[in-house]
Design a protein around this ligand. Sequence first.
Ligand SMILES: Cc1cc2nc3c(=O)[nH]c(=O)nc-3n(C[C@H](O)[C@H](O)[C@H](O)COP(=O)(O)OP(=O)(O)OC[C@H]3O[C@@H](n4cnc5c(N)ncnc54)[C@H](O)[C@@H]3O)c2cc1C
Length: 327
Amino acid sequence: MDYVKNTLLNSSSADLAVKMENFAAKFSGTIRQNAPMSEYTSWRIGGAADWLLEPASFDDVIMVLDFAQTNNVPLTIIGRGTNLLVSDNGIAGLVLRIGEALSQVDIWQEGEEYLVKAQCGALLAALSRQTAEAGLSGLEWACGIPGNLGGALMMNAGAYGSSIGEYVTEVEAVAYNDSENRKAVLQTLQGSALRFGYRSGCLAQDMVALSVTLRLQSGEREAACKRIGEILTSRRQNQPLEYPSAGSVFRNPENSHAGYLIEQAGCKGLTYGGAQVSEKHGNFIINLGGATATDVLQLIEQVRTIVAEKSGYVLETEVRLLGRKAE
Ligand SMILES: Cc1cc2nc3c(=O)[nH]c(=O)nc-3n(C[C@H](O)[C@H](O)[C@H](O)COP(=O)(O)OP(=O)(O)OC[C@H]3O[C@@H](n4cnc5c(N)ncnc54)[C@H](O)[C@@H]3O)c2cc1C
């Protein structure tokens, strides 16, 4: 298994540092050089990103895409890092993190229905709680998912039989246009442009989601909040939330469940370095402390091999791998 991105910089890093200084004068968000990705991922794993940029406006995002294009620098987009395994060798180029600074939420009524327009840095769990408190029904299932709305959109995050794609009516995203010099432009996607699959979102990989509009129903505030309480209790009982993890490591194969297959194959408790297949939930790999991406990858391969031998199912990863390949 390989990491998704492994492009090297064209410009020398000294060159880029000078260009970044000029860029920073126009950028209203924050910029961090050599940012340890272990601080930006729920697994607490990952080497440094050359540059980590957190935009504070849609214009900032457009500027980052144009900067990456003009300077031929690789660009990686992340949200809260709760579904990512970042290489121990870090990430080359720019990491664009959509986070707290872009998390505005607006709710309004249209006939019997309610529309919720949220920026992609809004936390999904907070949105679930906020809409329930406002007496809206639909997002209760999302209360225990720790990522943000952009990450949820890209993963078509789901639980308890629902997934985010079912509620999405419109997405604002930045993408490169078709012109020769590829300029970044803000687009609005609706209708058939919004096709979701199992844990796969509706945007192409190099698009940046900035806001999502969701359609929810009027509901009972008390019932929605009660359901949230039940879900959170059940997740605390069944998931190893006391350890850093990235949730489910493997996708569920058709007609089965990865967690069940892993448990049946006797992989629970399997340990490699600082990483362990959780005793509580077979599809979680936890960081016992000091785990590296290499430890996790080794464990992923071991689990995959054992499960394939015992059940015939070849498990595919749900977590996304980012960063430089190991030497
Ligand atoms: C304890 C725990 C429990 C979990 N439970 C669930 C669960 O029940 N159901 C579930 O589906 N998932 C679950 N997850 C996984 C994870 O929380 C979700 O996949 C979440 O939606 C990822 O959001 P994120 O902001 O962390 O995205 P990231 O992990 O940062 O990114 C995920 C992907 O989305 C892309 N991306 C992120 N933001 C944007 C954006 N604005 N524009 C374009 N691309 C973007 C990234 O490039 C990457 O490919 C769990 C994780 C943990 C740690």
